[in-house]
Design a protein around this ligand. Structure first.
Ligand code: ACO
Length: 306
């Protein structure tokens, strides 16, 4: 759905959306597609890319705020569709930071010896919780899914290791009413619609994302110039440019796909990662910093060597 398409639904223009957000188009799930079906497709692609089969997986984590049902977890549905009957499967709800939270959980499960091979999936159908009469929000989001496989392996405990090198997650619930959905099973008994105080979110996003990037880079004893690629949550071009400027990160090292995907919440980092692997930018062995902020507020960063 292009900006021109959306301007037929609400009073907006391509110019306004591009100037304020950088978004030019987003994808909308077809009627027969759901968070579950998108997640399964992404999981199959990730497994094929890793040269693995569902039998290798002992942990399925789906980061989503738009599950197929209130319960069971979409992750168990994905497990069923992939034919996996062992290990554990659950959803993670940290809105746009969900993928970073999911990676952090998988890393801890693996480090603790509870899991050997995890599928971490971000999958969303935000089009179904948008208020399509609210031009301030409906232009921003899209649907999609992405997935990665995280596998146990022996390393030397240095930054030269492959895989996840550091995870940093945070939340501050005092801001839970700045970006939320105005419905739910225990309150309205409906799904509700996304509501947001855009300016407040913007302000906190730049501060929190820059702070957690700094934390991840410092903890690893690195400088921003040591990072090959920054793969941020794709919320808004101005947020990405603002954080890059704060940290002195060259813009050409930031993977941006929001122009064609919009904000796909928990799916945006794996979607952007996939795009940059496929077009040859991210190569094996390179250092990648993923970072996000979302409703809650939640935020976090994961440093990994691909
Ligand atoms: N088209 C045209 N005009 C619009 C639209 C639209 N789609 N949406 C709002 N406007 C109008 C408003 O009505 C307002 O008009 P007024 O001045 O006559 O009252 C004017 O534009 C300015 O509105 P603001 O909300 O103040 O615009 P702002 O410059 O703050 O931009 C935006 C809005 C793009 C939402 C910005 O606040 C933002 O990017 N915030 C971050 C939100 C975000 O990225 N959320 C994603 C989830 S959180 C995350 O992922 C980090």
């Amino acid at each position: 759905m292009t900006n021109a398409d959306i301007s037929k639904i609400v009073d907006t223009t391509d110019e306004w959306i591009v100037e304020r957000t950088g978004i030019r188009a987003r994808h909308i799930a077809a009627e027969d597609e759901t968070t579950r079906t998108l997640a399964v497709q992404a999981a199959r692609n990730a497994l094929a890319h890793a040269g693995l089969t569902p039998a290798d997986i002992d942990l399925v984590i789906v980061a989503t705020s738009t599950p197929d049902s209130t319960f069971p977890a979409t992750a168990t549905q994905v497990q069923a569709d992939l034919g996996i009957a062992r290990g554990a499967a659950f959803d993670v709800q940290a809105v746009c930071s969900g993928f970073v939270y999911g990676l952090t959980i998988a890393d801890n499960f693996i480090r603790g010896g509870q899991s050997q091979c995890a599928l971490v999936i971000g999958s969303e159908t935000f089009s179904r919780i948008l208020d399509w009469n609210d031009r301030a929000t409906c232009v921003l989001f899209g649907d999609g899914a992405g997935a990665v496989v995280v596998r146990a392996g022996k390393g030397g405990g240095t930054n030269a290791d492959r895989g996840i090198l550091g995870c940093h997650i945070h939340s501050d619930g005092r801001y839970c009413d700045k970006l939320y959905v105005d419905g739910g099973p225990s309150t309205t008994k409906t799904v509700g619609h996304l509501r947001m105080e855009g300016r407040e979110v913007f302000k906190h996003a730049v501060i929190n994302i820059a702070a957690v990037m700094d934390e991840a880079i410092n903890k690893a004893g690195l400088t921003p110039m040591d990072i090959d690629w920054f793969v941020p949550h794709q919320a808004n071009r101005r947020i990405l440019e603002g954080t890059a400027k704060k940290l002195g990160v060259p813009e050409e090292r930031i993977v941006m796909t929001l122009d064609r995907h919009g904000n796909t919440s928990a799916a945006s980092i794996p979607l952007a990662f996939d795009a940059a692997v496929k077009d040859g930018r991210i190569k094996q062995g390179q250092l990648v910093l993923m970072e996000a902020m979302g409703g809650g507020f939640t935020w976090g960063a994961v440093l990994a060597r691909f």
